[in-house]
Design a binder for this molecule. Structure first.
Ligand SMILES: *Cc1c(COP(=O)(O)O)cnc(C)c1O
Length: 431
């Protein structure tokens, strides 16, 4: 870091020498890790480029459609590009998905029928899915449960692995199981993200027992962190958000579903309506942004990973428990930091907000977010509202007070944000 940079950081944000010392040590420690991810980025950039070329993407795919949106060539071509990248039969990529939960929910509602059972094998699914499944506090909202679709869950083992023995037992015992839900990312838990290689082993174990279940992966935060995706290793269906990795920070909104054609088609009837599916939906001129974001995504995802790795090492040296460790192999962009202290957690998140390009002047506060059971604090000074491929930190306000940091469109920004956040924790003033 140049002295000019340090001086500016000191003057603007009161960053202390202790914080710079921690940073200098951390950055040396993490360099060899960065090399690993540079190579993954290179591979994925090539994969994306290839898909664009094979589908002969051109300017004409960026045009606008209106009304019903029949035959929107950009929309249909983007579906094919995604399917190629994910090495699967079909994809449904739409700005009409309001978020990742919506895409995941459409996949579940589209493929489950009354009497079927959804089995989660990574413990409790991501918070916002509780309402979808019908295990949250909300009643009479049209959840899966209200349509007589059952839910079962198998918790991860103490080591954070899928409990395969229990999965086998359950599959042999309960023939109503239709979808097996696998969550790749940590979510708001204290667990490692599942590696794609682990997902491969889990799916082949399941397929060995029965071929009659849909292996469904919540791929949020996972895209382009590895050279392979869940659909490369046997996942029948997966879904994710465009304001995370795969939108590259450019996609203004949306989600995707990808996998076997029959399951994607069923999902499309819940994106729109039975009989219409993915054939309607005008795209309001956003197609260029979805294509361009996808093109940037391999790069941006690795910028974010580098921020997460540096954060992990910095916070570890500063004395906090972190997950994953800076040396651990990663499968999502999330860095969890355990504060065991409500005030420090809030100060950290506020620090990330102070370091944002947008809304740096606001104080973020814990609030009752729709879809979440606890109050949540979200530091997100983002160009796109709530975009968590942009540098952001969020935390449900509950012990042991874990913050989840993710994103960073550029590594330099992530670095600066993390230094401000750490420095903010060391400040004594009240929050
Ligand atoms: C982000 C995320 C979701 C979906 O969240 P949205 O805010 O609705 O996009 C689902 N599962 C996991 C693991 C996530 O990280």
């Amino acid at each position: 870091m140049l002295n000019e940079t340090k001086n500016k950081l000191k003057n603007m944000y009161n960053i202390t020498d202790i914080v710079f010392d921690i940073y200098e040590k951390a950055i040396k420690d993490v360099e060899s890790q960065f090399d690993v991810y540079d190579k993954i980025r290179e591979f994925n950039q090539l994969k994306v480029l290839n898909a664009f070329q094979e589908e002969r993407i051109s300017d004409s795919h960026f045009t606008n459609s209106s009304g019903y949106g029949y035959g929107d060539i950009g929309r249909d071509a983007l579906d094919r590009v995604y399917a190629k990248i994910f090495n699967c039969e079909s994809a449904l990529v739409r700005p009409h998905f309001v978020n990742g939960t919506h895409a995941l929910g459409a996949a579940l509602f589209g493929n489950l029928r009354p009497g079927d059972t959804l089995l989660s094998i990574c413990g409790s699914p991501y918070d916002t899915l509780h309402s979808v499944i019908g295990i949250g506090d909300n009643k009479n909202i049209g959840s899966l449960r209200e349509y007589n679709i059952n839910y079962k869950q198998i918790d991860l083992t103490k080591e954070g692995k899928v409990n395969l023995e229990k999965v086998k037992e359950e599959l042999e015992k309960d023939k109503t199981i239709k979808i097996i839900h696998i969550q790749r990312s940590t979510g708001y838990g204290w667990r490692r993200a599942l590696l794609v290689s682990e997902i491969k082993d889990i799916i082949s174990f399941i397929k060995h027992i029965t071929n009659d279940v849909i292996c469904f992966v919540d791929n949020c935060y996972g895209e382009f962190i590895d050279t392979m995706e869940p659909t490369d290793v046997g996942a029948d269906l997966m879904a994710g958000s465009l304001i995370k990795n795969i939108g590259g920070g450019i996609a203004p909104t949306g989600g995707y579903i990808a996998g076997k054609e029959k399951y994607v088609t069923q999902s499309s009837y819940r994106l729109t309506i039975p009989g219409i599916g993915g054939e309607c939906g005008s795209t309001f001129g956003v197609m260029r942004l979805l294509f361009q974001g996808l093109f940037f995504a391999p790069h941006v995802a690795i910028e974010a990973i580098k921020g997460a790795i540096l954060c992990s090492r910095i916070m570890e040296i500063a004395g906090f428990e972190v997950l994953p460790n800076y040396k651990d192999k990663r499968s999502d962009i999330i860095q969890a930091i355990k504060f065991n202290d409500k005030e420090k957690l809030i100060k950290f998140c506020k620090g990330i907000q102070y370091g944002s390009p947008i809304d740096s002047f606001v104080e973020c506060e814990p609030w009752d977010m729709p879809g979440y059971d606890d109050k949540v604090i979200m530091a997100a000074g983002a160009f796109i509202q709530g975009s968590s491929i942009e540098l952001s930190a969020d935390a449900p306000i509950r012990p042991p007070y874990i913050a989840y940091l993710q994103g960073g469109l550029t590594f330099d920004h992530a670095k600066i944000g993390i230094l401000i956040a750490l420095s903010n924790i060391f400040k004594n003033d009240s929050i």
